[in-house]
Write a protein of this length. Structure first.
Lengths: 122, 130
C-alpha cells in the first residue's frame, strides 16, 4: 500500500432507506479505513436519520443499517460530524443518537470541508 | 494535475455520466491526466454493452470506451454494485451461472479499493452523482 496519506471526508445527505446512498457511503468508508487513510464522516439533511437507533428495516425487506453503523467503531472510524441544523429541523435531539458525534454549525461544516484532500458526497 | 472521476448516477436517468464525459474531455484537453474513472452505484450501467439508445442520442458506454482507448483511461466498474444490477463480465457470469455477460469492452470490474487508491494517487477526485 502507498505511504501517501490523503484525508477523505464522506458527506452523507440521504435518508437511510429509499436509495442505496447510505449503504454505498458506508462501504466506501470501511474501504478507506482498510487503506488506513484519515477519514471523517459528515451527516447532513435527511442523512441524520441514519444515526437513529432501532431501525426496523426488515419490515421493508432491507438490511438494517444501524448494525453497520456500529461497525464504524470497530474500524476505528470515530470522526463523526453531524449538521446541527439538520437535527433540529427534524426534531432530533443529540441525545437520541447513541454514536459518539460532534455537532457542527454551517461555519464548522465549511472549515471541516476545507481541511480535506477529498470529499465524496452520497 | 492528476484527476480521478467518480460516477454514481445512472446514464440516461441522470446527467451524471454525460457530464462526466464532457468534464473528462476538458480535463484531458487542458493537459491534465485522469488516473481512473470509477463507476459506482447506478453509475455501473454506463458499462453495459447492451445499452441501445436511439441513433440521435449519445451512446454513453461507447463514448467512454472511445475516450478510454484514445487516452489509455482506466475505466473501473465497482464489482459489488455491478453484479447486483446485472452488469457482469464473463468471469462473473460464469460464477453466478448466468446466461450471458454484458460488461462493455474497455471496462473492468473491480473492488472499492480501486476508488480509494484513486483518491490516494489523485490530486482531485470529482464525483458526478444524481
Amino acid at each position: 500500500m502507498s505511504d501517501t496519506k490523503k484525508s477523505f471526508l464522506i458527506i452523507n445527505r440521504k435518508a437511510p432507506y429509499g436509495s442505496s446512498a447510505a449503504r454505498d457511503a458506508l462501504d466506501v468508508a470501511l474501504t478507506i479505513s482498510v487503506f488506513e487513510q484519515p477519514l471523517s464522516l459528515l451527516f447532513m439533511d435527511d442523512a441524520v436519520l441514519q444515526l437513529l437507533p432501532d431501525h426496523q428495516a426488515t419490515l421493508i425487506g432491507q438490511k438494517n443499517l444501524s448494525a453497520n453503523l456500529s461497525m464504524l467503531e470497530m474500524y476505528d472510524i470515530d470522526q463523526l460530524y453531524v449538521c446541527q441544523q439538520a437535527l433540529s429541523l427534524r426534531g432530533i435531539r443529540p441525545d437520541d443518537i447513541t454514536l459518539n458525534i460532534t455537532l457542527l454549525d454551517s461555519q464548522g461544516i465549511a472549515s471541516l470541508i476545507k481541511q480535506q484532500d477529498h470529499v465524496l458526497s452520497f | 494535475m492528476i484527476f480521478s472521476i467518480v460516477i454514481t448516477g445512472a446514464p440516461y436517468s441522470s446527467q451524471a455520466s454525460a457530464s462526466a464525459l464532457q468534464f473528462s474531455r476538458s480535463v484531458l484537453k487542458l493537459g491534465h491526466s485522469i488516473h481512473r474513472v470509477f463507476f459506482y452505484a447506478d453509475g455501473v450501467h454506463s458499462g453495459s454493452a447492451l445499452a441501445a439508445p436511439p441513433q440521435d442520442e449519445t451512446n454513453i458506454p461507447l463514448e467512454w470506451a472511445a475516450l478510454a482507448r484514445e487516452h489509455q483511461l482506466d475505466l473501473v466498474v465497482c464489482i459489488a454494485a455491478a453484479v447486483r444490477r446485472g452488469v457482469l463480465d464473463e468471469g462473473e457470469a460464469r460464477r453466478y451461472e448466468k446466461s450471458g455477460h454484458n460488461l462493455a469492452s474497455g471496462f473492468t470490474l473491480s473492488g472499492l479499493g480501486q476508488l480509494v487508491e484513486a483518491g490516494i494517487v489523485s490530486d482531485r477526485v470529482v464525483t458526478f452523482g444524481v
